[in-house]
Design a protein around this ligand. Structure first.
Ligand code: NAP
Length: 312
């Protein structure tokens, strides 16, 4: 791509979108778009925006991410997670731009035996409305084609979001002990590591389907216990089963992602999850924010300014 690549970041107030905006590499002019500026499910709004902005790159970090609520409002989930990416893919193709769309491990059923991490071309079989809506979105992007990319990731946490680790640290302030599911395994992924890798994939990688997550695997209970230990909490995370928790949406029992293409095409392997978590929780101000359940700092999006991103 050229020296000054213009990129539109959709979902710029979300956990991952805000990190993408913050971490845009040098040579990229990144413009963040929140929902008020562009509803991705509105085809004409997306077309008009892309026509006016003429970006070389569209990064889609929008999604309907309320996994349980999606069971009750499937249309809202399909609108954001299926129609949205389709509209972005059509607009990108029309204007010769690249689209990088973010997908999820929830497209897999997680029941394969013996267990091994899911590769890019393993067959999806989503078990929830959220998973099915995200599957539609990734299929739509790949069917529209052009130079589009779908990058599946999983179990996100990071400085600009509300997430599992925040819920654990806040609950540890309020309860004598915690109960956390121990029979779902995946790989916790730090948005700071992920965003940096996504920029590389978008700028250097070929079209098609990718997996991108930190290395290794853990249960939610292991993940919680590590966060409690790293923050000096004496509160115990007691293991429970998925069945005991009885949530409305089914989750894959095992969904660690093998990031084959990332290793083969870009010679990139994200660091082990525990190392990334330790770095994240080494920031006392962030740990304090999570313990209080305070919202992340407001993100400056294109609503207020378009900025030239600084190098890492
Ligand atoms: N979080 C995870 O653990 C996880 C795991 C695997 C994959 N992913 C994927 O990673 C991506 C980013 O997830 P995230 O956790 O950063 O999500 P998030 O924090 O929930 O942010 C999603 C953003 O999308 C916006 N949005 C929703 N519908 C929209 C629409 N129709 N038009 C424009 N904007 C819309 C939301 O705006 P409002 O706030 O106004 O609703 C929100 O700012 C998603 O594709 C998600 O499926 C996430």
């Amino acid at each position: 791509m050229t020296a000054q690549t213009k990129a539109l970041v959709f979902g710029a107030r979300g956990m991952l979108g805000s990190e993408l905006l913050r971490s845009a590499p040098s040579g990229v002019v990144a413009v963040g778009l929140a929902r008020e500026r562009c509803d991705v499910a509105d085809r004409e709004a997306v077309r008009a925006l892309v026509r006016a902005e003429k970006p070389a790159l569209l990064l889609n970090a929008t999604a309907y991410t309320a996994v349980d609520r999606a069971e009750e409002e499937p249309l809202a989930a399909y609108r954001a997670n299926g129609l949205g990416p389709l509209n972005l893919a059509l607009a990108a193709r029309e204007h010769g731009a690249r689209l990088l769309h973010v997908g999820t491990d929830f497209v897999f059923d997680g029941s394969r035996q013996p267990r091994r991490p899911y590769e890019e071309f393993d067959a999806p079989n989503p078990q929830s409305t959220y998973g099915r809506s995200k599957h539609w979105g990734e299929q739509a992007v790949l069917e529209v084609g052009g130079s589009a990319q779908v990058v599946r990731t999983q179990w996100l946490y990071g400085p600009r979001g509300r997430h599992f680790i925040g819920a654990i640290l806040k609950a540890a302030e309020e309860k004598p002990f915690l109960t956390v599911v121990d029979d779902q395994l995946g790989c916790p992924t730090y948005t700071v590591d992920l965003a940096r890798a996504l920029w590389r994939i978008a700028l250097e990688g070929e079209a098609g389907l990718w997996h991108c997550a930190n290395s290794g695997e853990a249960s939610w209970n292991t993940f919680a216990a590590r966060a409690l230990a790293l923050t000096g909490s004496a509160i115990e995370a007691r293991p429970i089963s998925t069945a005991e928790l009885a949530r409305p949406a089914a989750r894959p029992a095992y969904s660690a992602l093998a990031c084959r293409r990332l290793e083969l095409s870009l010679d990139l392997r994200l660091r082990p999850w525990a190392e990334a978590l330790a770095e994240y929780l080494a920031d006392p101000a962030e740990v304090e924010r999570l313990r209080r359940g305070a919202p992340p700092t407001e993100v400056q999006t294109e609503q207020t300014r378009a900025r030239e991103a600084r190098p890492h």
